[in-house]
Design a protein. Structure first.
Length: 164
């Protein structure tokens, strides 16, 4: 039988991802003096805080489940490795990302990669949980997809403005 898992563990991962996103945006903001870029970064940081609050609220409502695993320990291996390799999983990866950023398009591109990583993570986690707990993961994925859509729109707007 697989390990009994508290759905709160998944939500803890979600919260950590959002906190890392917030740390990234607040630190990258220091690289720019341009008001437009500052507003964009502030918006992105606020979105991370909003998502973190959502996940903390969800955490209060859920219980325990047994993850579906093809082999013993599959869930633990996946979550540990994914968090280790997530786009902004560590302070070091955040620092490296910040050093590469030169303009607002770079910020958005990094944000898009961050959101994509998060969507992949949570979509895969869905395969480990029972149907009665899928609503939690679906809500997380929906939040991240909506964030990704907003980023695509913002990137296109900025690129159009740069061409003018």
């Amino acid at each position: 039988m697989g390990k009994m898992l508290n759905i709160n563990e998944i939500l803890d991962f979600a919260i950590k991802i959002e906190q890392n996103g917030y740390a990234f945006y607040t630190r990258v903001a220091k690289k720019f003096n341009n008001l437009k870029i500052m507003k964009l970064i502030h918006y992105l940081a606020e979105e991370e805080l909003r998502h973190e609050s959502l996940f903390k609220a969800l955490k209060k409502k859920k219980g325990i489940f047994t993850p579906h695993e093809s082999y013993e320990g599959e869930y633990s291996i996946y979550t540990e490795e994914f968090l280790r390799s997530h786009f902004l999983s560590t302070r070091e990866s955040i620092n490296k990302s910040i050093m590469i950023i030169k303009d607002e398009v770079d910020v958005i591109d990094f944000a898009i990669d961050f959101e994509k990583d998060s969507i992949v993570f949570f979509t895969t986690l869905k395969t480990f949980i029972t149907e009665d707990k899928e609503d939690v993961i679906e809500r997380i994925i929906k939040e991240e997809v909506n964030h990704l859509k907003k980023l695509f729109v913002l990137r296109n707007e900025i690129k159009r403005e740069k061409k003018l």
